[in-house]
Design a protein around this ligand. Structure first.
Ligand code: NAG
Ligand code: NAG
Length: 488
């Protein structure tokens, strides 16, 4: 069905791109392999999606602008218009690859998991006997622009086959976030993870202190203003999916995180399962900044590239980066079904659906996702879970008939990762010194807690106004707010 439509849609896309291109100078993709989004030099309302050297012209959904830094469409006052000068990649010596190839006789669950090509099912289970997990992940700030859209997905009516609510994973960025809403998400049992405070570019080449400042600082802000329990924040995702080589993983290990989800897998015929970093990564590292050392027991939940064979949606780790803007909701549904079938009909690797806010600014995309979820949840073996729930499954894999034994999947237990939120919150107008510019702006921040003195930022997660106040030292077990060591 989809394939028969694909030529027609391809032609439409092509014509649209051609017509506009004819009116102005041709846009040239930087190279035939540099797939990705590029700002339209003429206007911030448009961007090009380069797929194998061909530039497809795209318009941002109505009212949105292309942010050349984050490479997606967003609200005008949040968008950094391009083209931005690309910071030349610092030439670093390719680190000696210190990790060895996967040794399945040595690598045993629950602490270690790998396979030669990354596609093997854990514990040697058969695909038709295990559940198919789907993970919805949301990147960036949570605020009025997206919160209601998120609640429509988690509407309390969508249930897994065991009767429990579906849940998602939120990789939080600080700027423009509403902590009252984040607290609601945490209270409802969604997983809260960290992406950074400032979304700074080039973080992959920065040092240990910068990574601590961004990730542990974000975790502290979540604790301070959304009362998210520090011990429940166990995942991180690097800004722009640029992992920070060995440095990021050292921070992850030192500060009690369990997994990273930043490494992308190139388009492959059979998707890759999550793995631990005890051994060399089995697939190509497209970002070029993957860890080279081993980090025993640390999980990588990679982003398999989404694509539909023979169809012009492009290739994308984030779903909103594929070229689906011209499809209607049924075509979006079919595209997702086709992409999903590569998992469901083969090795049932967990199907991650990573999106940014702007997916929800285009009705056919939003409705297509709703239709997909309703369709998928009709399947008897599909579970929509958080990344932590997925990893708990992987450490002790079960057949479908035994999933009732998986503790983390039960819904009779307390799932909240944040305390009960307030009904009446503070809207704080806070001075914010824009970094590297000599101006002070105002940022609004909603929280159930008291307003801080200034907008929380790097080095001052409490918003005290004393810059560089925070210094996080790796000191063993994580302490909770009241200073009591937490007992497991
Ligand atoms: C924050 O959470 C802790 C436990 O999760 C709770 O005891 C405390 O009362 C909460 N604080 C506020 C201000 O809600
Ligand atoms: C920043 O602005 C203040 C007051 O406008 C001025 O005194 C100061 O020299 C400026 N600093 C820099 C680094 O431009």
């Amino acid at each position: 069905m989809l394939k028969s439509n694909s030529f027609k849609i391809f032609s439409l896309l092509f014509v649209a791109a051609y017509v506009v291109a004819a009116q102005k100078e041709e846009f040239t993709c930087p190279s035939t392999i540099a797939n990705g989004q590029y700002a339209d030099p003429a206007t911030c309302r448009r961007f090009y999606q380069c797929v194998d050297g061909f530039p497809y012209l795209n318009r941002c959904p109505s009212g949105l602008y292309f942010d050349d830094l984050q490479k997606f469409c967003t609200f005008k006052d949040e968008a950094k218009c391009g083209p931005l000068a690309t910071t030349p990649a610092t030439v670093t010596e390719a680190p000696a690859d210190l990790a060895k190839k996967c040794d399945t006789s040595e690598c045993q669950l629950p602490y270690c998991f790998c396979s030669k090509d990354g596609t093997q099912i854990p514990a040697g289970l058969e695909a038709d006997k295990i559940p198919q997990m789907i993970m919805l992940t949301f990147d960036g700030a949570v605020n009025l622009n997206n919160y209601d859209h998120y609640l429509k997905i988690f509407n309390g009516k969508r249930k897994n086959p065991n009767g429990c609510n579906i849940r998602g994973t939120f990789f939080m960025a600080h700027e423009y976030s509403n902590y009252q809403q984040i607290q609601h998400l945490g209270y409802a049992g969604h997983e809260i993870a960290t992406q950074s405070i400032s979304q700074q570019q080039g973080l992959q080449d920065k040092g240990y202190e910068e990574w601590v400042g961004e990730m542990i600082g974000m975790r502290e802000i979540l604790r301070n203003f959304a009362n998210v329990s520090v011990n429940e924040v166990v995942g991180m995702r690097a800004p722009f999916l640029k992992p920070g080589r060995n440095t990021q993983y050292k921070v992850l290990e030192d500060f009690g995180y369990i997994y990273d989800s930043s490494i992308t897998v190139p388009p492959v015929p059979v998707p890759v399962w999550p793995y631990t970093l005890d051994y060399k990564i089995s697939h190509e590292c497209k970002s070029g900044t993957c860890p080279s050392k081993t980090f025993p027991g640390v999980w990588e939940v990679p982003l398999n590239t989404h694509y539909v064979e023979g169809y012009e949606g492009g290739h994308c780790p984030f779903l909103d980066q594929c070229v689906l803007h011209n499809l209607d909701e049924n075509e979006v549904l079919e595209w997702l079904q086709e992409d999903f079938s590569r998992y469901y009909e083969q090795n049932k690797a967990p199907y991650m659906m990573p999106v940014h806010t702007n997916w929800f600014q285009t009705k056919p995309l939003e409705n297509g996702l709703h239709k997909f979820l309703d369709w998928a949840l009709e399947l008897p073996d599909v579970y929509v879970v958080t990344i932590s729930q997925m990893l708990q499954y992987m450490t002790d894999p079960k057949e479908l008939r035994d999933v009732s034994q998986i503790d983390a999947w039960k819904c009779d237990k307390n799932v909240a990762v944040a305390s009960k939120p307030c009904n009446i919150w503070n809207t704080c107008a806070l001075p914010f010194k824009i970094p590297e510019q000599n101006i002070t702006d105002t940022r609004y921040m909603e929280t159930c807690r008291e307003c801080p003195n200034v907008y929380p930022w790097l080095g001052d997660a409490g918003g005290t106004g004393i810059q560089g106040r925070d210094s996080y030292i790796f000191s063993g077990p994580v302490q909770e707010a009241d200073g009591e060591p937490v007992e497991e």
